[in-house]
Design a protein around this ligand. Structure first.
Ligand code: DSN
Length: 433
């Protein structure tokens, strides 16, 4: 047996037998996976359609143009670049195109549900190459738009890059648009997490209010790992040259040859998203998340912002005296895959944060509905309850030593194994695509 194909088989089995509840993950369709694994990956295509630096690109041109036109139609934008390798490069390319090194930018803090590329200080390009000022949320996890407006008026950033990875409420794009306009700043909307929900009509589109939209293509959009940069009518009005500035920032600015296999995967995902089934899927993601949040809350967990309006939930574990890493690892042993996450104004470090983040895109793809969310919530609550009493004192005193012995104990924990058994039988009824 080939080592790598064996490992792929193992990963396939893991994905089938566990609950994929990391809200940024999903199961791409067979057709999307076929495109990504196709011979298209053999081709070099620096440049853009009909303006390539390599010969032999007639088919590639057609694929790339198809993806662009489909994205333009679905999102209602003027210009699309489908070449960014992923979300972080896409955001870097937008900043490279629109602002100069040292210019001031503003975004939502990572710990309040933003992203590293939105100006996170010190350790990222966006916090080091630009002068970054960031806003957070109140302790309840909710953005105070009056405060954002005040800060923008004082700081006068040249560009606002706003999007969420762990903010459960919908963003007020209209308000953000008028805040940016009040000082003539660029507004970049990063809708990586919610672009599938936007297409399904269950999350507001930022397109009328911002200049640029970035999105990854593998989250709620359910495509391959990739990204797109989109220019809105408002963006073109602010700068008629904006489309070519974006294209030049992607290539040759920060990238070389596009990943044509990914481009075809994006095109396929957009075909799939252009359907009434996809709209139904998007609606069900949100319905499922709301049921899950309600059940977890009923079971005594503290939900950041009190609930959710999208696909994700952040649980604040501080009232239980637990940290996110401990609960996430116990859940993993039970076959429930979530991620540790900071909570707003978290005093704990990111590797030992105070919360977990979970969501419903993956389970909804598998066909699970409200009834299954009640079952899943009960499993999560039982796991949290099980770890609660055992871990508190040791963890507070000696984090690293505690985690070592905690991990050792997990494998032998009969209770967690029994939950894993329940998870497996639920998974069997809902095979992934
Ligand atoms: N890693 C992504 C997420 O999980 O939200 C953001 O880049």
């Amino acid at each position: 047996m080939n080592k790598i194909s064996d490992l792929i088989k193992q990963e396939k089995k893991r994905q089938e037998e566990t609950l994929m509840m990391i809200p940024s993950e999903n199961y791409a369709s067979r057709q999307v996976r076929a495109a990504v694994g196709s011979v298209l990956m053999n081709k070099y295509s620096e440049g853009y359609a009909e303006r390539r630096y390599y010969q032999g690109n007639k088919v590639i041109d057609e694929i790339e143009n198809f993806a662009i036109e489909k994205a333009k139609k679905l999102f209602g934008v003027e210009h699309v670049n489908v070449q960014p390798y992923s979300g972080s490069p896409a955001n870097a390319e937008v900043l490279f195109a629109l602002v100069n090194q040292g210019d001031k930018i503003m975004g939502l803090k990572l710990s309040s549900g933003g992203h590293l590329t939105h100006g996170h200080p010190d350790i990222t390009f966006s916090g080091r190459f630009y002068k970054s000022v960031q806003f957070g949320t109140e302790d309840n996890g909710i953005i105070d738009y009056d405060e954002v407006e005040e800060l923008v008026k004082i700081e006068k950033p040249k560009l606002l890059i706003i999007g969420t990875t762990a903010y459960p409420l919908v963003l007020d794009w209209k308000r953000l648009g008028s805040i940016a306009d009040s000082i003539g700043a660029w507004l970049v909307a990063d809708i990586s997490h919610v672009s599938g929900l936007v297409l399904a009509g269950v999350y507001p589109s930022p397109v009328p209010f911002c200049h640029i939209v970035t999105t990854t293509t593998h989250k709620t959009l359910r495509g391959p790992r990739g990204a797109m940069i989109m220019v809105t009518k408002k963006g073109v009005k602010k700068d008629p040259e904006i489309a070519s500035k974006i294209d030049r920032a992607v290539f040759p600015g920060l990238q070389g040859g596009p990943h044509n296999n990914t481009t075809a995967g994006i095109a396929q995902a957009l075909i799939e998203a252009d359907s009434s089934e996809f709209k139904k899927y998007g609606k069900q993601i949100v319905v499922n998340a709301k049921v899950l949040a309600k059940e977890l809350k009923k079971g005594g967990l503290t939900i950041v912002t009190g609930g959710t309006e999208c696909h994700l939930i952040v649980v604040d574990l501080r009232p239980l005296g637990l940290s996110g890493n401990v609960v996430a690892e116990a859940l993993e042993t039970s076959g429930i895959i979530v991620n540790r996450n900071s909570v707003p104004n978290d005093p704990a470090p990111p590797f030992y944060p105070s919360g977990i983040r979970l969501g419903t895109p993956g389970l909804t793809t598998r066909g699970m509905g409200e009834k299954e969310m009640v079952v899943v919530a009960s499993m999560i609550l039982r796991v949290v309850d099980h770890v609660k009493d055992q871990v508190l004192p040791e963890e507070k005193e000696k984090r690293v030593e505690f985690m070592k012995s905690f991990r050792k104990g997990l494998a032998k924990d009969k209770f967690l194994q029994s939950i894993a058994f329940e998870v497996k039988s639920l998974c069997k009824k809902f095979p992934p695509v």
